[in-house]
Design a protein around this ligand. Structure first.
Ligand code: DHB
Ligand code: FE
Length: 250
């Protein structure tokens, strides 16, 4: 390496720190590896990266069916997300905290980019007596890493596109179980397939078992029951929690 190259790298690292993109850069290039090293082989359903856009203080939602906080004119295809939470023995778990967050129809996360309220499309819910939850939201759009900052510049230098496939985020917390941080993707969506030209997820965080089929519902009764204006899409997933690891006694 020449001194000139050293200085260019030096300037890029300082610029990364100054830009506030350190969490983005680290999660993008390292978190999926750490996640796999930590959790591959764990019983229960697959986890995925938390990423840099979780806010710990999302509002606690009340009143079933849940509605993720959104603006009156929130753009996007209406979607109902239904989850079933069980353990590795197949037992349903009531009272599990489900912290859910997502990008909007423009691929941005509230509290980070754009002018949506800080809690837009973020909420914490609890499973009912059957270990289930249902929440009304909109389908998130694919997310593009900001191109203008040091992370985008780095992706350009290595010839890598900046896209993550559309996804929901979840953190499930239940006493006696390991917290489950995961994501759900949509079958047929863009940026899922590593084998296509241009490649897959820039964060390398997709797992086959987390790609779900989108359903459609146009039954007037359920449209009314869930408070939709018309037909909506559905996304269903069973989350399987792993038993807590016993704390070693010395
Ligand atoms: C990353 C993860 C996300 O979920 C996201 O929306 C953006 C970036 C990441 O791992 O860098
Ligand atoms: Fe994300």
């Amino acid at each position: 390496m020449t001194h000139e190259e050293y200085r260019a790298a030096w300037r890029w690292v300082i610029g990364l720190a100054d830009s506030g993109e350190v969490p983005l850069f680290l999660d993008l290039f390292f978190e999926s590896t750490v996640e796999r090293l930590t959790f591959d082989g764990r019983p229960g359903s697959a986890g995925s990266v938390e990423g840099p856009y979780h806010l710990p203080d999302a509002p606690e939602l009340t009143g079933r069916p849940f509605v993720l906080p959104m603006r009156a004119d929130e753009p996007g295809t209406p979607m109902l997300v239904r989850g079933q939470v069980i353990d590795t023995a197949g037992v349903a778990h009531p009272g599990v905290e489900v912290d859910m967050w997502q990008a909007g129809n423009d691929g941005t996360y509230s509290g980070f980019v754009g002018d949506a309220p800080r809690s837009n499309l973020r909420g914490r819910m609890r499973t009912d007596e059957h270990g289930q939850f249902a929440v009304r939201t909109i389908r998130p759009a694919a997310y593009q890493i900001p191109r203008s900052g040091p992370t985008g510049e780095f992706l350009g230098m290595i010839g890598q596109h900046a896209w993550r496939p559309a996804h929901f985020h979840f953190i499930l917390t239940s006493a006696g179980h390991q917290p489950l941080t995961t994501q759900l993707y949509f079958r047929g969506g863009d940026w899922l397939d590593e084998t296509l030209p241009g490649g897959g997820d820039v964060a390398g965080a997709v797992k086959d078992s987390l790609i779900i089929d989108i359903g459609r519902d146009n039954d007037p009764d359920t449209i009314a029951a869930f408070g939709f204006d018309g037909p909506y899409e559905t996304a269903d997933h069973t989350f399987i929690l792993s038993p807590a690891v016993p704390t070693p006694t010395v």
